[in-house]
Design a protein around this ligand. Structure first.
Ligand code: DX5
Ligand code: ZN
Length: 233
C-alpha cells in the first residue's frame, strides 16, 4: 500500500502579486498543504510576509469541494511566541519554529497547541536532534531543513537524508511506546529527481517551492512527484 505522502508547495516562489490565484492554482493541481515561509530579517537574512497575508490567503486554502487544505506556517523569526499567536489568529493550522529562536521551547510548543494549532519543531542542517527527547508529547510535526533557511532555490544538502532517517527511527519508537503520529516534513531543494530518496529516508511530507512554482504546469510537476513517490515502498 502506498504511504500517505503529502506535497506542500512553498509560496516563497509563487507570484506575490497574485497570491490568491497561486494558492488556488496549486491546490487545483493537487497540493496537500500550503507551506507559508515567514522570515523576519533577524533570525534569517530575508524578509517575507506576516499574519495579514496569511489571513488574506486563508479563504483560498480549500479545494473545489470545500474541504480545507492546511496552512502550514514555517516561522523563521526570533523571538517566536508573539508572532506564533498572531499566526494562530490569522488562520494557521500548523505552526513550526526553530528551537534556537525560542528561549523556552516547551512553552512555545504548548502555546501553539493552546491556540488550537498543530505544533512543529524545525531543525537546521547543523542542528542536533537532542531537543526532541523531552518534548515528543507536544509535537505534531518535525521539519528537517535540507538547506539553510532564508531563501528558495538552494541545493539540497545530502546529509539531510541521514538526519531524516534518524528522526524516522525516533518517531517510530515513539509511536510504539503509545505516542501519537508525528509528521516528518523535509524542506529545501526538493525536486522530482530527489523526492523519492527523501521519502525512502522516512519523510512523509515534502516542501517544494522553486520546483513547483518555477514551472508553468503545476499539475504536471506535482503529478511527476507523486509518480516518483509511488515507487517508494
Ligand atoms: C527556505 C524555506 C523553504 C523554501 C523552499 O528557508 O523554508 O520553504 O521556500 O524552496 P525550494 O523548494 O526552492 O528550496
Ligand atoms: Zn519553509
Amino acid at each position: 500500500m502506498m504511504k500517505n505522502f503529502r506535497i506542500a508547495p512553498s509560496l516563497l516562489s509563487a507570484d506575490f502579486a497574485r497570491l490568491g490565484d497561486e494558492v488556488r492554482a496549486v491546490i487545483d493541481a493537487g497540493a496537500d498543504f500550503i507551506h507559508f515561509d515567514v522570515m523576519d530579517n533577524h533570525y534569517v537574512p530575508n524578509l517575507t510576509v506576516g499574519p495579514l497575508v496569511a489571513q488574506a490567503i486563508k479563504p483560498y486554502c480549500k479545494r473545489a469541494d470545500g474541504s480545507a487544505v492546511p496552512l502550514d506556517v514555517h516561522l523563521m523569526v526570533e523571538p517566536v511566541d508573539e508572532l506564533a499567536q498572531m499566526f494562530a489568529k490569522a488562520g494557521a493550522d500548523i505552526i513550526s519554529f526553530h528551537p534556537e529562536a525560542s528561549r523556552h521551547v516547551d512553552r512555545t510548543l504548548q502555546l501553539i497547541r493552546d491556540a488550537g494549532c498543530r505544533a512543529g519543531l524545525v531543525f537546521n542542517p547543523a542542528t542536533g536532534l537532542d531537543m526532541l527527547d523531552h518534548v515528543m508529547d507536544k509535537l505534531d510535526l518535525v521539519l528537517i531543513m535540507s538547506v539553510n533557511p532564508g531563501f528558495g532555490g538552494q541545493s539540497f544538502i545530502p546529509e539531510a537524508l541521514r538526519k531524516t532517517a534518524l528522526v524516522r527511527q525516533r518517531l517510530d519508537a515513539w509511536r510504539e511506546r503509545g505516542g501519537r503520529e508525528v509528521l516528518l516534513e523535509v524542506d529545501g531543494g526538493i525536486k522530482t529527481d530527489n523526492i523519492a530518496a527523501v521519502a525512502a529516508a522516512g519523510a512523509d511530507t515534502f516542501v517544494a517551492g522553486s520546483a513547483i512554482f518555477g514551472q508553468k504546469d503545476y499539475r504536471a510537476v506535482i503529478g511527476a512527484m507523486r509518480a516518483e513517490l509511488a515507487r517508494v515502498v
